[in-house]
Design a protein around this ligand. Structure first.
Ligand SMILES: Nc1nc2c(ncn2[C@@H]2O[C@H](COP(=O)(O)OP(=O)(O)OP(=O)(O)O)[C@@H](O)[C@H]2O)c(=O)[nH]1
Ligand SMILES: [Mg+2]
Length: 859
């Protein structure tokens, strides 16, 4: 059983006349029209609204007019706020039948302004009365239902993950030929109605061929300026009819991704255009089918495709086909053609470059590739010797040297006339940052070292843990520490994340405010108007509306897209006395995460359109992308790890080692970590556990209360016993040590049943009847946290030993502290060495504080 959903949200109001539609202020008329099936998103969309017309929202459950209609994918998910912190719960919630309302009922979510106009969009099983303000649901056959099982990875404003679909799932991106990886899906992308006469708008059927139109990048339907926003809604995947969301694009339009027509520029603000175009280019479903992209004759894996698209200088155009990639210089081109771009060098993709990759016949070679005529002309202009069939080793900054000669001859890109030559022969120039980079080549002919970097296999490190364990913090810390810059795309994503979370924190405070207001009204004889927790009517409406958005699970649909609309209001709220009084009592709101304290004081700045997150903001942000998908980065000791590290771990004549750190959230691994096989080639697993999770609980899908530490233990067991991970090197990272130091004072480890026998025999610490520690000597807090750490570590070590017969290495970490993360990664490298030598090293080098603390623990 499944549904068709039609909606026009939420403007114009149900009271407005039909013929007023087109006069409606288009800036806010992100109306959506959604007819029919297989899209991954299913909750009603909220829209930015005019600040002058503060909406109130309500979720109304009404009895269905016709029963027997199951709505497994359309209900707004009502969640506890604490669950909103868990994207794992969030993502699965969309699919859990258990989280849905009963059959045969309907839900509507609407706004009303000034009591006069009510803007309501509803979902009901009643198909009657379809108008611009409501969704209509129709029934489809059971067969169709199978086709529309939702894919929840591809909707930009909603939680996304790297999609690891069930083999039986039919919803999977498909290429134009109908082929799909693993034969996982058989859906066709929609096509525009061929019967619509050329020149007409596909919605209103008006206009002629001179009417300016915008097209859908999936079905190629064309829409006039009056219809385009109504059909495309808030464009979470760029210019797609709502019905085409979730589908791969028409490949012939790939080059037009991110380049919109004047129509949209006229209708939307610059900010909105930028956002829609960014989504269009970056959302996952619009990416070229990676398995159809060959680099140096090898098809890309998911991981490689991700790496390629998220590196600092990715290919501008990436469509399915064959490419060559010179890892040393970063030169990139289509198979059989001259180079078209210089991308980030050193990415570990594809095989070794082919001599004939660019089909050159000049006898001159760059990094093993015979260059093309155009490049030869470029050499001539640059007065670089091209006679005698030289073979040059060229680095990304243009330093070149002849094979067999340990002497850098100069830098190609700094030669006089080179720019003109490149323009003339349509050859790429490297980004400025490459030219000025002094990283590898230069002084002592270390070109060969660069070659070694390229040749030495990549050491892959998998960083994995339950949500909130801190894997993102560690990943980001490593980026900062090893000077791998955040790309513009990453910054934008984290900015979205921070702004969205800000509204979540605000909503938690508003909920607290309501409670304080009630308490205050109850305990006082004064009337409610003099209650210090009372907001003005306007702010109150905003508060009600925001709380509803959060409760219905639509926060990420609404924000950060709507941040601009509400920033003025947020500023007003922030300055409001009642709100400030609540903020002063934030310690009484346990739902408010600790990190909120970092962001809330700058609420006004963060909510503004011009806000740009600093590296520190990025580090503190909860997560790294709104999608919570897989992220990876590469670094090599050449430019990253401190010299002391190199001295401690590298023989001077050992080739330099490159590392890839892959961060994967538990929810990306699927039930029982079944997608772990995707990472079977990793060398080291860093399993991250939140040390403070021992006293934290959550409701699982069956609403059972579960302890987070035990959940982490379960996942650990799944990973270490996975057949393909049997002999892997493991390092357990016990994170948030700083928070443990504070928490253990008041909350004993015994709150977790696994730690029932924790008994810190430190004489001046005893637990009282309420299980609180009687702390007679505050100087010992650190040591009791140490003891707690050692105890937890030994529990995991024992477990690991029982399960695998091997020894587990453990390191305490404070994710927000760079030195601590650095030390843990160093230790990881040592672990790798020992495990590679033999599974149980006889003696353990004691190179740093953390590792010595760790290795002393006995199982
Ligand atoms: N005080 C403190 N906070 C931490 C530490 N590590 C992480 N955090 C915070 O804990 C929260 C969750 O951390 P994340 O890095 O997002 O953890 P995660 O949920 O495992 O990562 P994702 O799965 O990518 O979301 C963030 O607000 C971090 O700032 C730590 O060692 N100390
Ligand atoms: Mg998280």
């Amino acid at each position: 059983m499944s549904i068709i959903l039609r909606s026009m949200l939420p403007f114009p109001s149900s009271n407005s006349k039909k013929d007023e539609d087109d006069d409606y202020n288009l800036e806010y008329s992100f109306a959506t029209e959604y007819i029919g099936p297989p899209v991954s998103y299913d909750i009603p969309k909220a829209v930015p609204v005019d600040i002058g017309r503060i909406p109130t929202a309500s979720v109304v459950s009404t009895p269905a007019n016709s029963g027997n209609l199951s709505l497994p994918v359309v209900y707004p998910i009502v969640k506890r706020q604490s669950e909103l912190f868990s994207s794992e719960v969030k993502m699965s919630s969309f699919h859990e039948p258990g989280s849905l309302e009963k059959e045969g009922s309907s839900v509507s979510l609407g706004f009303s302004d000034s009591q006069e106009n009510s803007h309501e969009f509803s979902m009901s099983s009643d198909g009657d009365g379809l108008d611009n303000d409501c969704h209509e649901i129709e029934e489809l056959s059971a067969d169709e239902d199978d086709q529309i099982r939702p894919v929840f990875s591809d909707y930009d404003n909603r939680p996304q993950i790297v999609t690891f679909l069930e083999p039986e799932s039919s919803s999977m991106v498909q290429d134009e030929s109908g082929y799909s990886e693993s034969g996982m899906m058989t859906q066709e992308r929609p096509h525009a109605d061929p019967n619509v006469k050329k020149g007409l708008c596909h919605r209103c059927l008006k206009g002629n061929r001179f009417t300016m139109k915008e097209f859908c990048i999936v079905c190629d339907a064309k829409y006039c300026s009056k219809c385009v926003l109504r059909v495309m809604g808030s464009m979470p995947e760029g210019r797609k009819c709502i019905t085409c969301i979730g589908y791969p694009i028409d490949e012939s339009k790939r080059e037009q991704l991110g380049k919109c027509s004047k129509v949209l520029k006229h209708l939307l603000t610059d900010f909105q255009v930028k956002k829609a175009m960014l989504s269009e280019k970056s959302c996952q479903v619009n990416q070229a089918p990676y398995w159809l992209i060959n680099v140096n004759s090898k098809p890309l894996s998911l991981e490689e495709a991700h790496q390629l698209q998220t590196c600092s200088h990715p290919p501008k155009i990436l469509v399915s086909g064959s490419y060559w990639y010179d890892k040393l210089s970063g030169l990139w081109g289509k198979e059989g053609h001259k180079p078209c771009q210089i991308i980030t060098p050193g990415l570990s993709l594809g095989g070794a470059i082919n001599e004939n990759a660019s089909n050159g016949n000049t006898k001159v070679k760059f990094n093993n590739r015979v260059i093309t005529k155009a490049e030869l002309y470029m050499l001539k202009v640059a007065r670089i010797n091209h006679k005698g069939s030289p073979h040059y080793w060229v680095s990304h900054n243009g330093s070149y040297q002849e094979e067999g000669q340990n002497q850098v001859k100069g830098k190609i890109w700094e030669k006089p006339g080179i720019k003109m030559a490149c323009v003339l022969f349509s050859l790429p120039m490297p980004p400025k940052s490459f030219i000025t980079s002094e990283e590898e080549i230069g002084n002592n002919g270390s070109q060969m070292e660069q070659k070694k970097v390229d040749i030495k296999p990549l050491t892959k490190i998998l960083l994995v843990g339950q949500d909130q364990s801190g894997i993102s913090a560690i990943y980001k810390q490593a980026k900062i520490r090893y000077r791998v810059p955040f790309s513009e795309d990453e910054r934008q994503k984290v900015k979205s994340l921070i702004q969205t979370k800000l509204y979540l924190y605000i909503s938690i405070l508003l909920e607290g405010l309501k409670r304080f207001e009630e308490d205050s009204a109850g305990s006082s004889v004064e009337n409610i108007e003099s209650n210090i927790y009372s907001l003005t009517a306007k702010l109150n409406s905003f508060s009600e509306w925001l709380l509803q958005i959060v409760e219905s699970g639509n926060l990420e649909v609404m924000f950060p897209a709507a941040t601009r609309e509400y920033s003025a209001l947020l500023e007003e709220l922030w300055k409001d006395k009642a709100f400030q009084a609540t903020y002063a009592r934030r310690d009484e709101l346990p739902e408010l995460p600790i990190v909120a304290d970092y962001f809330l004081p700058r609420a006004v700045e963060i909510s503004s359109e011009t806000y740009e997150p600093s590296d520190e903001d990025i580090l503190y942000a909860d997560g790294i992308t709104p999608s919570n998908g897989l992220t990876s980065m590469e670094f090599s000791v050449t430019s990253s790890l401190p010299i002391s590290f190199m001295e401690a771990t590298e023989q001077t004549d050992t080739p330099l080692q490159r590392y890839q750190l892959i961060r994967v959230n538990s929810s990306n691994l699927g039930h029982n970590c079944k997608w772990l096989t995707m990472f079977e080639d990793v060398d080291l697993v860093l399993y991250c556990v939140d040390l403070t999770s021992y006293s934290e609980f959550f409701h699982d899908h069956s609403l059972n209360l579960k302890n987070k530490m035990l959940e982490s233990k379960n996942m650990f067991e799944n990973i270490v016993t996975h057949p393909r991970f049997k002999n892997k090197a493991f390092l357990l990272i016990l994170n948030k040590f700083d928070l443990l130091e504070k928490k253990i004072k008041t909350t004993p480890l015994t709150q977790c049943e696994w730690f029932h026998d924790f008994n810190p025999f430190i004489t001046n610490h005893t637990y009282d009847n309420n299980n609180n520690i009687n702390n007679n000597n505050s100087n010992n807090n650190a040591s009791i946290a140490q003891y707690g750490f050692q105890y937890i570590a030994s529990k995991f070590k024992k477990l690991f030993n029982e399960l695998t017969g091997r020894k587990l290495y453990v390191s305490p970490v404070t994710g927000l502290d760079g030195d601590s993360v650095d030390a843990a990664l160093k230790y990881g490298k040592e672990v790798l060495m020992w495990v590679n030598e033999e599974n149980k090293p006889k003696s353990v080098p004691n190179t740093n504080e953390w590792s010595s603390a760790s290795t002393e623990i006995t199982a």
